[in-house]
Design a protein around this ligand. Sequence first.
Ligand code: AMP
Length: 398
Amino acid sequence: MDNMFNKVTLREMVLKGKRVLLRVDFNVPLNSNLQITNDKRIRETLPTINYLIERQAKIIIISHLGRPDGKVMPEFSLKPVAEYLRVALKKPILLANDVAGPETYKYVRSMKEGDIVMMENLRFDPRETMNDPEFAKELAGVADLYCNDAFGTMHREHTSISKIAEFLPSCIGFLVEKELQILGHAITDPKRPFVVIIGGAKIKDKITLISRMIDVADVVLIGGAMAYTFLRAQGYNMGRSIVEKDKVQLARLLLEKAKTQGTKIVLPTDHIATGEFNFAAESATVSTKKFPRTAMGMDIGPATIRAFKHYISKASTVLWNGPLGVAEFQKFAKGTNQIAEALADAKAFTIVGGGDSAKVIEQLNLQDKINHVSTGGGAMLKLLEGTELPGLKNISNK
Ligand code: AMP
């Protein structure tokens, strides 16, 4: 596990004149006019691309975008990304119309040092998601080296993520290095007190994460729908709130484990509750102890927000994943937004990850006040859980 954080990087490779196959995660959101609506994942790979340009490598960029399911679909073309890169890097970018096909080969043959060629969307080929050795060989065939800087996809057993490294000398890029350093440090040697905030809908998806955070954190604050299952495990009736009945026993075991290990688990003492799941539903603040039988929890309440803020203000490291209420509905986004603001104001080293939480940080324009907003959702969770990421397993340690 610890070896996961000590991988060979671009700094250890001889790059001049070498064809470098650079796997990035340019799976960015596009609007109906195919314009990029969030460029974070591209921006975060620019240090790697610029380094390769400076070191006079020949750069061949590969990425997926969306889910074209193995078919060529123009709406999933990487054209908008190539256009973005032309502007950001002030360089011509040749986008081949195929994936390791004749046009890719033609462009690569004509490359000079510092040039950039991109292949089309990897997922236009059905073999991308199959971890296919033949496809991996075809991709590897165009290059001398492979560099993985696609942190957001590192948890996938996909050809361009975990297979290619079997066929080429391989390393990680600077975005992956940064993510591994920061997240790795948080779970192996955090500055204490270490406070972890976990929200979201289902315990099922985050059991391993919660269990592991009980091992490494000092305090775990739990919000979102999953808190109701924990409260049920403590004997409270949570009315019509989402309770995962088949996970109540597991929640009880996790609470016991925390007690044995001296990790504090803090659950909501009050809630914003409604009679129906609706964005405009009438709501009231109710306590955990007197939760009405007909009510449904939609957000954490004011006393819980105060308690969570207190722990955040005392922390030296804070890690947050998952919304604390139904944050898609403005009316029930208060708990989530207030916790985001508290992180921005905290003196602690702050880390945020997961699609929903990272989106809230962007919406509130707090990204400059958070130490690290991870580019990975699933990949970050897997890494924190201690799972070996498929994207790292074939890359050597330093
Ligand atoms: P996850 O993907 O597990 O991080 O869960 C995110 C989802 O949890 C969001 O769609 C939220 O709307 C949902 N969620 C958070 N709190 C609640 C709640 N009290 N009731 C229902 N859904 C919730």
